[in-house]
Design a protein around this ligand. Structure first.
Ligand SMILES: [Fe+2]
Ligand SMILES: [Fe+2]
Length: 169
């Protein structure tokens, strides 16, 4: 699916359906996937410490991204998403702003990840683990970019669209 298509198909969902999709396909997925990618990075850094192209610091960076994402996703799960499910859009404006700022920090972390993983250019003598590591880093980067785009461009944009249907408290 092209990125335009995936945003268009998400735009047809209600906020509640989109939140369920985000929790299942992205929040749960990052929490399961990132530790696996970090473990591959640990193996590559340990086995190829002397290799001139070893992605030094990749394990640590992946673990710190896991922490950063986990705390961000907890805020969405406990504060913002319940507000959006309940149609409390005016109240959600502040939390949405904070999440957008944190998404920019994720973008900066993705840039660092790309550089630390040597632009995913494998050395000629890369072993199977190293090859798999860069494939998994590539997948993670794509999934995190999709996750951020769905929230910024569809879920948070829908808040404005639905603002006329605000539930009076
Ligand atoms: Fe999220
Ligand atoms: Fe987010």
């Amino acid at each position: 699916m092209t990125s335009q298509n995936f945003l268009e198909s998400a735009a047809k969902k209600t906020s509640a359906q989109l939140i369920d999709h985000l929790l299942d396909q992205y929040h749960a997925r990052h929490r399961e996937h990132l530790p696996q990618v970090a473990e591959l990075a640990r193996q590559v850094e340990a086995s190829h410490a002397e290799h001139p192209e070893v992605p030094n610091g990749l394990t640590q960076l992946l673990l710190s991204m896991l922490q950063e994402l986990d705390s961000h996703m907890q805020k969405e799960e406990m504060i913002l998403f319940p507000m959006l499910r309940q149609g409390r859009f005016a109240q959600a404006t502040g939390p949405i702003h904070v999440m957008q700022l944190e998404h920019r920090e994720h973008d900066a972390s993705l840039q660092r990840l790309q550089a630390t993983a040597k632009n995913l250019q494998l050395p000629a003598d890369a072993c199977a683990t190293w090859t798999q590591l860069y494939q998994e880093v590539d997948t993670f980067m794509r999934e995190l970019q999709e996750h951020i785009a769905l929230e910024n461009e569809v879920l948070f944009a829908a808040r404005t669209r639905d603002a006329g249907q605000e539930v009076v408290e």
